[in-house]
Design a protein. Structure first.
Length: 315
């Protein structure tokens, strides 16, 4: 059957998407190696995301609380001192973690202040986090692209679906309905309009899914370290603006960035999600430890905290 003819704009979009996929495919082997190195470092320093629940394996003793049934008391342990103790078992059911990697045009940016593009850093952290989570018995998926899996080759699976995805790349994840107690990780530069961000986070949190927002930025995007006449080109729309003396814009620009970030943090925290900023001139291992710590704090809040208590939000 004859194929429909594409107009010039459609042809250009397809060719651009294919070209980007090829460039990304060439970088992926290096990114996978870096992700495996980081994951190995992090796994060595972690003890797993364990929490109390129904299972066979002993986890910890905790103090007996007023109002609990007396049969919960472990009398053998309690006989050792003047306190009453309850024997807790480890929660054994795996749950799903959805990882969204912003692959829009703005993520390809890297300045002279760092060797990493925002996209490469996001992919390395996403791959490494997936490896750590699967090793810990969790399932990992990519919204709209990859169903949750606990496959030990999760990095290769993620890389394959990402490289072969030539669809238009939005800055924010698609609308979907994560199950209660699942988690959503957003890795993006988050330069989208705050109204769009607020709407998607609110929607994703509706069913009780926990979330962790990571804004990945190039150091130049925070500092605006330019002087003299500079033309700034918006990577996604192609719009441009010329500054006669860029240094005169610095203070106002930094104020706008600070206000935008404050709005992102506020929207995240109102939905009970954590918010973290990561600059690409910092190490990826640092970010991976931070994200895993946020996730672990959320687990213990859900399963161990008294009703109404929530986890502290990161600075």
């Amino acid at each position: 059957m004859a194929q429909p003819r594409l107009d010039n704009s459609q042809n250009e979009a397809v060719e651009s998407a294919v070209g980007k996929s090829r460039k990304l495919a060439a970088r992926v082997p290096r990114l996978i190696l870096e992700a495996r190195r980081i994951a190995a470092t992090v796994i060595h320093g972690l003890h797993g995301r364990r929490r109390a629940g129904t299972g066979e394996n002993f986890w910890q003793y905790r103090h007996f609380m007023n109002g609990e049934p007396a049969h919960n008391v472990d009398w053998r342990r309690s006989a050792r001192d003047d306190n009453l103790y309850v024997r807790e078992r480890e929660w054994e059911s795996s749950h799903t973690v959805w990882i969204w990697i912003d692959r829009s045009a703005s993520m390809d940016f890297s300045s002279h202040l760092t060797e990493w593009s925002k996209l490469d850093r996001a992919l390395v952290v996403a791959f490494a986090l997936a490896e750590v989570l699967v090793q810990g018995g969790e399932r990992v998926g990519i919204p709209g692209l990859m169903r949750p899996t606990a496959n030990r080759n999760v990095i290769e699976t993620m890389a394959q679906v990402i490289v072969h995805d030539t669809a238009e790349q939005p800055s924010l994840p698609p609308n979907f309905a994560p199950a209660p107690f699942s988690e959503v990780i957003l890795l993006s530069d988050l330069w989208s309009p705050i109204s769009d961000f607020r709407a998607i986070v609110s929607q994703l949190a509706t069913n009780g899914a926990r979330g962790h927002v990571v804004q990945i930025v190039d150091p130049a995007e925070e500092a605006l370290p330019y002087n003299g006449r500079i033309e700034f080109v918006e990577s996604e729309s192609g719009a441009s603006i010329t500054a006669g003396r860029a240094e005169k814009w610095r203070t106002d620009y930094q104020g706008i960035v600070a206000n935008h970030r404050a709005a992102l943090r506020d929207a995240s925290e109102k939905s009970g999600w954590s918010f973290t900023v990561h600059r690409t001139d910092r190490g990826p291992t640092e970010l991976l430890f931070a994200v895993h710590a946020r996730m672990d704090a959320g687990v213990h809040t859900i399963f161990n905290a008294p009703s109404g208590q929530s986890a502290g939000q990161p600075a």
